[in-house]
Structures are given as structure tokens and as C-alpha cells.
Design a protein around this ligand. Structure first.
Ligand code: SF4
Length: 433
């Protein structure tokens, strides 16, 4: 099979994996203009220092011995199959890199033979790129659950990031739709990666470790690395949302456990999308995209705002409120905790004010060391109007008259519905809520 045909099949098959961030845009030139955001094969991801890089995103093969019902590559699917050898992926990556198409590689694979053999082939691509060709670009490899610790550690020595996907939030969900997979096996792979990262970090001299913002050693400027590195961009995972009736509370509990226990950098939530000739076990419709967005917002609240899962899901059905962001939903249900005085309230409670992001709270705390905070200061800090019913300043408490109003929720929901997709995405990226 020609390389271009294989590339078409294996890049298309890789698009379902969201454990590296991508634009998700569907814009096409329609055959008349220039550029095409819809094209498969290139995705975007973020390096540890915050740069956005374009990656060649492909599978080594879409042959797979597993039968995950939600996956287009499952063994019972009749899609066209293709397979690259590790040497072919190395050549493609180098060719694309030299032409300036990409800055790195995201490589995943169906399970061929067994998890160990699959992991070894993925690791061989990274090894060859690094050792045979001195490739210094970004490499993100799929970590195959069930592979041996040796195979996973070999991958981590050359990859920047590894991701073992939990796919579904609970073991009963996996039993139902992905019978060959267990959470235990996936978490064992994460544990092996976590210990590889910790071992590498311990070998880095203290003076180099201090230069890292996130606990991982940063690469030295110029020359060869001074200490062995292991997955310096950490590990991430992906969870599919809406393929089973499991509520958001369970999805967030699994994410929270993985952030704490496995020190994951990111959990990616992907709304289930119906696949061609999908199993009858699966829903016929995708969940609303806003559910995915609310999960990302809730994820920020768990990691950076001091909330726990039970506080942010609706008590009745254990799902997130889709009409308003989860922090606003909590505030509306806990109006007796408001208004708060921005000149006196502690940091923990300020972080719970709707519309106050971490950056805003830090600036407010700095400001009130030198002056009384007034309404104009909130405006200068670009605090959104939706925060006003929940706070009093040194010179104003007029917004709080709405706090006990029946109409407060409806007044907030209407503008939220009009929030553009890009604004919503930006708030999810910055975590300002
Ligand atoms: S292991 Fe499951 S999700 Fe992964 S490629 Fe195979 S069938 Fe798809």
C-alpha cells in the first residue's frame, strides 16, 4: 500500500484520540480558498513551557485485537486497515519536520499482538528519532495499558509526554463497552510512568530542578541533557463522555483521583461521537458539546479553586448544570454564603466568587494591602458584571440587591447562552471563572 494511502487511513483513525489538545475546528476551504483546518494528520499541543506546537498525529496501525465498542478501529469493525513500520513513521516524521509542516509527533496505535509488543514498537520510533537522528522535537506517545514496566520506561526515556487513556470513567462502563480493558491495568501503567518521572527528577541536580516551574527539570540551554530525562511534559489521559449513562460526578471523581494519585498534567474530556456502523450498545446521539465544556470548567475548579466534586454537581442527578458554569451554579445554590466583602474575605472564599479567577484574586489581595478596594478597581481588573451580586466593595453594594431575587438565575442564564464558543473556550483555557 502506498505511503500516502496509509497516511490517510492512519491519520484519520488517530483523530478520535483527544489526549493531546487540538483545535477541533471544522473549517474547510471548499475547494476555492487557501488552507484547511479540517485536514487530518496535524494537531496542536502545548509544550511544558507553554508553546503551541503542531504535531504529526497518526496511528502506527489501526489493526487492533480489542473490541472497544466506541472505537472505529475495533477488531469487529470493517474499516480499511493499514500499518506503518517504526522505520516508516521515523522517515515520515523527519520528512514532515524538514518541510516545516510539523514540530513533533503524536503516535498511538491499535493493539497488535499484545500490549508489550505494541508498546515496544511505539518506543522504537521514539528511540530511533532521538538516538539515530538526534531529533529534538516534541514526541507524545500512547502508553499501552498492560505493557510491561520495562516497555513503558523505554518509551518514557525518549518521549516528552505519555498518555494512558482510561477511556471510560468506571469499571462497569468498561465491562460494558471495552471488555478487554480494566481501570486497574491503566492505572498500573500510570503508576509506572509516575515513578519513572520521579526517579528522573531525583537524579537532576537541585540547582537545575529549581529552574522548573512545574517540578519537572527544564532542558538545559544548548548541548546534551545533563541528566537523564523521562517524559518531561508528564502524562495525560482521555475520558469519553456520554457513551454510557454515568453521571458527571463519577467522571469528575475518577479525574480527581488520577490528578491526586497519578499526578496527571491533564485529563481530556471528549464528548462521545457516534461512529459509522456503531454498536447497538451505544447511544445514537452525541451528548451536547456544552457538557464537555462544563466538565473542563469543573476540572479547573477541582484543581485550582478548592472545590470538591459533591459541591459542584446537582444534588438530584449528580450532573453538572448545563445552563451556567459550575461555580455560578454553586453560588446560586449557596446564596447564604454571599455577599462577600472584597476587602475582608479570605482567599479561599474570594476564589468561590463567580467571575473571580485566580489571577483576579491574586491582584485583589495585592491591591488591598495598599488601599481599600472600590467598585472602579473591580472594573479596572475586568471583573465581569455577573460577579457584582455576590460582592460588596468599599463604596458599593448596589449589585447585591439582586442576590435574593428569583430573577437572578434567569438574568445570568440569558447572557451565558449568548456567550460565543471562542469566549467559552478562552475561559476554559485560562480557568478564569
Ligand atoms: S484498544 Fe480499543 S480504543 Fe484502542 S484502538 Fe483498540 S479497539 Fe480502539
Amino acid at each position: 500500500m502506498e505511503t500516502t494511502v496509509k497516511l490517510g487511513i492512519l491519520a484519520d483513525a488517530a483523530k478520535y484520540d483527544a489526549s493531546c489538545a487540538s483545535s477541533g475546528s471544522r473549517r474547510s476551504n471548499g475547494g476555492r480558498g487557501l488552507g484547511n483546518a479540517q485536514g487530518v494528520g496535524i494537531c496542536h499541543s502545548y509544550t511544558p513551557d507553554g508553546r503551541c506546537v503542531s504535531l504529526l498525529k497518526i496511528l502506527l496501525t489501526n489493526h487492533c485485537v480489542y473490541d472497544c465498542q466506541y472505537c472505529v478501529n475495533r477488531v469487529s469493525s470493517d474499516v480499511p486497515r493499514a500499518r506503518f513500520s517504526p522505520a516508516e513513521v521515523v522517515k515520515l516524521t523527519l520528512d514532515f519536520y524538514r518541510r516545516n509542516y510539523i514540530e513533533g509527533l503524536f503516535l498511538s496505535s491499535g493493539i497488535v499482538g499484545n500490549p508489550d509488543q505494541t508498546m515496544e514498537q511505539l518506543a522504537e520510533v521514539a528511540r530511533s528519532l532521538r538516538e539515530d537522528h538526534l531529533f529534538a522535537g516534541y514526541i507524545h506517545l500512547k502508553a499501552v495499558a498492560g505493557a510491561s514496566d520495562e516497555a513503558l520506561l523505554a518509551a518514557g526515556r525518549h518521549a516528552d509526554r505519555l498518555s494512558a487513556n482510561v477511556e471510560l470513567p468506571t469499571q462497569p462502563d468498561l465491562d460494558h463497552l471495552a471488555p478487554e480493558k480494566t481501570l486497574k491495568q491503566t492505572e498500573a501503567a500510570m503508576t509506572a510512568i509516575k515513578s519513572g518521572i520521579a526517579t528522573a527528577r531525583d537524579r537532576v541536580p537541585e540547582r537545575l530542578r529549581k529552574r522548573s516551574l512545574d517540578g519537572n527539570p527544564l532542558p538545559p540551554r544548548g548541548g546534551a541533557p545533563r541528566a537523564p530525562r523521562f517524559a518531561p511534559a508528564g502524562q495525560s489521559t482521555q475520558m469519553i463522555v456520554g457513551a454510557t449513562p454515568t453521571p458527571d460526578a463519577e467522571i469528575l471523581r475518577t479525574a480527581d483521583r488520577l490528578y491526586r494519585g497519578q499526578r496527571l498534567r491533564r485529563v481530556y474530556y471528549t464528548a462521545y461521537s457516534p461512529i459509522p456502523k456503531g454498536s447497538h450498545h451505544l447511544p445514537t446521539h452525541a451528548p451536547p458539546l456544552v457538557r464537555e465544556h462544563r466538565l473542563y470548567q469543573a476540572d479547573w475548579l477541582l484543581r485550582f479553586y478548592g472545590f470538591n466534586v459533591d459541591e459542584i454537581v446537582r444534588p438530584g442527578d449528580n450532573n453538572l448544570d448545563l445552563e451556567v458554569d459550575p461555580k455560578m451554579a454553586w453560588a446560586l445554590l449557596n446564596r447564604d454564603r454571599f455577599p462577600v466583602d472584597v476587602n475582608r474575605t479570605d482567599r479561599e472564599m474570594l476564589l468561590r466568587v463567580p467571575g473571580f479567577g485566580v489571577r483576579t484574586v491574586n491582584r485583589l489581595l495585592g491591591l488591598r494591602r495598599v488601599q481599600r478596594v472600590r467598585k472602579a478597581d473591580l472594573k479596572a481588573l475586568r471583573v465581569p458584571k455577573r460577579a457584582l451580586p455576590f460582592v460588596v466593595t468599599a463604596d458599593d453594594f448596589s449589585g447585591t440587591r439582586l442576590l435574593d431575587s428569583e430573577r437572578l438565575r434567569s438574568r445570568i442564564v440569558a447572557p451565558t447562552r449568548q456567550l460565543g464558543l471562542f469566549e467559552a473556550a478562552a475561559s476554559a483555557q485560562t480557568g478564569e471563572m
